[in-house]
Write a protein that binds this ligand. Structure first.
Ligand SMILES: Cc1cc2nc3c(=O)[nH]c(=O)nc-3n(C[C@H](O)[C@H](O)[C@H](O)COP(=O)(O)OP(=O)(O)OC[C@H]3O[C@@H](n4cnc5c(N)ncnc54)[C@H](O)[C@@H]3O)c2cc1C
Ligand SMILES: NC(=O)c1ccc[n+]([C@@H]2O[C@H](COP(=O)([O-])OP(=O)(O)OC[C@H]3O[C@@H](n4cnc5c(N)ncnc54)[C@H](O)[C@@H]3O)[C@@H](O)[C@H]2O)c1
Length: 455
């Protein structure tokens, strides 16, 4: 039995930084990872996909050149081997950076292997047992595969395996119309594949307001992506050249199928029963506002606790755990204002409540919207798709939420993220003097147009 001051299971977005902070404090720490340092974001998530999105945008810009007076003779050819290699390089640079950082640290034992609880203070890995008074779980999540008719008889891709693809599909059928599905759908269309998105719900990106979902569908349809919502009875059958996908009354002759129907936490093979750690019925580890599980000394951070499904929420879990355990602070998950981006082009930047949530909260609210076609920067760039929307509390004058679907939406939203975190009222923001010509310069104007709406 090896003794440590703390054991961290999973080297995702929270585990490595937390392990490093504990080592800095003089603690002896074991960091156990069964696959790659960096977890999903670095190896199969944000980093490779956003690198691929950049290649897809380059293709799109090259194809649109003539409208800007830039004529590129001949067809725009995509070299999928180079596209894939670029993504792999970005991943490997990040992974190798982590390897160098973590393995060179005094007091840190990086152990590769699958960890499992023996009891609340004991972990087995590679046939050895380790013990520590504090155990941190940062085990992340993996793609969920729905039990649809015929699915087990076909070769399908997930968000992990599609990153390895170095050939162009003839026709990619994407099952699931949310973050993963939509980012890959637009990317592969821009690489030159035919693409169909098949979503069983009535709207794409169904967590968003309907006007946002509709605008996203319009953006994708404008690029000739087939969008099938309310798709019932989805089924698969192999045919000579690929897979025949039926969805309601439509039949799609696909060469490749991407399953993008959500993610499930990696908590089923962790021996949580042996430790007595409770999960909800979907397998997410139940934690309190300070990330403690029901078992003393065991904490859960990142996607596996169900309080966020993003790199920044996992990293913020590290910040909360480190502040509370090492800095004598009292940070809570409930203080976090949700924010995220959907990386289609143009992107959707989001913070706080949707309009629907704000209405349902029973507050007196004010809403303002502005099409991107009325934003100078968007016109100058010739990219006027989308719109911006902000929701405020009519009484407190605080901003409740915002959505910016438009060029630079993922960056522009940060002005509002910062204002909300600082508790700034919207009239105060109207007096800021933004830079011209930016998208952000329209935020004070947007706020000036806030009008009361019925809850
Ligand atoms: C395709 C895709 C694109 C994404 N794009 C974005 C984006 O643009 N922006 C964003 O914010 N988020 C994005 N995400 C989500 C983001 O990647 C995750 O929210 C984030 O990586 C979660 O980090 P984590 O620390 O919770 O866990 P993970 O990064 O998943 O790490 C968990 C680690 O634990 C290891 N592990 C699991 N079980 C065990 C065990 N028993 N023993 C040892 N090790 C174990 C795993 O191997 C893994 O390395 C994307 C996700 C995907 C799939
Ligand atoms: N830009 C980003 O930050 C980013 C990018 C990619 C992924 N992610 C993270 O990854 C997580 C998983 O993403 P995701 O898009 O796979 O999951 P998701 O849970 O967001 O969406 C799954 C979609 O699939 C649909 N669906 C479910 N079962 C289906 C079925 N049988 N047939 C057809 N449609 C079905 C759902 O209605 C939903 O629209 C997200 O929660 C997100 O946090 C984030």
């Amino acid at each position: 039995m090896k003794n440590f001051d703390a054991i961290v299971i999973g080297a995702g977005q929270a585990g490595p930084s937390l392990a490093a902070r504990m080592v800095e404090k003089g603690m002896k720490v074991a960091l156990i990872e069964r696959k790659f340092l960096g977890g999903t974001c670095v190896n199969a998530g944000c980093m490779p996909t956003k690198t691929l999105v950049a290649s897809a945008r380059a293709a799109h810009v090259a194809r649109s050149g003539a409208a800007y007076g830039v004529n590129i003779p001949g067809e725009i050819a995509i070299d999928m081997k180079v596209v894939r290699a670029r993504a792999e390089t970005v991943t490997m640079n990040a992974r190798n950076g982590l390897i160098g950082w973590l393995t060179g640290m005094d007091g840190m034992s990086v152990i590769y292997g699958h960890a499992r609880f023996e009891d609340p203070k004991t972990i087995s890995v590679n046939g050895e047992t380790l013990t520590a008074p504090r155990i941190f779980l940062n085990v992340g999540a993996r793609p969920v595969i729905p039990d649809l008719p015929g699915i087990h008889d076909i070769d399908y891709l997930t968000s992990t395996s599609i990153i390895q693809l170095d050939t162009l599909p003839r026709h990619l059928a994407v099952i699931g119309g949310s973050y993963i599905g939509l980012e890959f759908a637009q990317m592969y269309r821009r690489f030159g594949a035919e693409v169909s998105v098949i979503e069983h719900g009535p709207k794409l990106a169904s967590r968003e307001d309907e006007d946002i979902s509709d605008a996203i569908a319009e953006i994708l349809r404008a690029e000739d992506i087939g969008v099938h919502t309310d798709a019932g009875n989805i089924a698969f059958a192999g045919n000579g050249s690929g897979v025949s996908v039926t969805a309601g009354s439509a039949t799609i002759d696909a060469s490749h199928v991407l399953i993008a129907t959500g993610r499930t936490p990696n908590t089923d093979d962790l021996g949580l029963d042996a430790a007595g750690v409770i999960t909800d019925k979907r397998g997410f580890i139940t934690v309190d506002d300070r990330l403690a599980t029901n078992v003393e000394g065991i904490f859960a951070l990142g996607d596996c606790n169900g309080h966020g499904a993003f790199t920044h929420t996992s990293y913020n879990d590290f910040e909360i755990a480190a502040a509370n355990l090492l800095d004598g602070d009292d940070r809570k998950v409930s203080s976090r204002i949700p924010a995220y981006a959907l990386y289609i082009d143009p992107p959707l930047g989001r913070v706080g409540m949707t309009e629907k949530q704000a209405r349902q909260s029973g507050r007196n609210i004010m809403v303002s919207t502005r099409p991107m076609s009325r934003v100078g920067r968007a016109n100058e760039r010739g990219e006027t798709k989308g719109f911006m929307k902000v929701i405020a509390d009519a009484e407190t004058k605080k901003i409740l939420g915002a959505a910016i679907l438009g060029i630079e939406g993922d960056e522009v939203i940060h002005g509002l993220i910062d204002a909300m975190n600082a508790g700034t009222t919207y009239p105060a923001l109207q007096w800021s003097v933004p830079i011209h010509p930016t998208v952000s310069e329209l935020i004070p104007t947007l706020l000036g147009d806030l009008k009361p709406v019925q809850p």
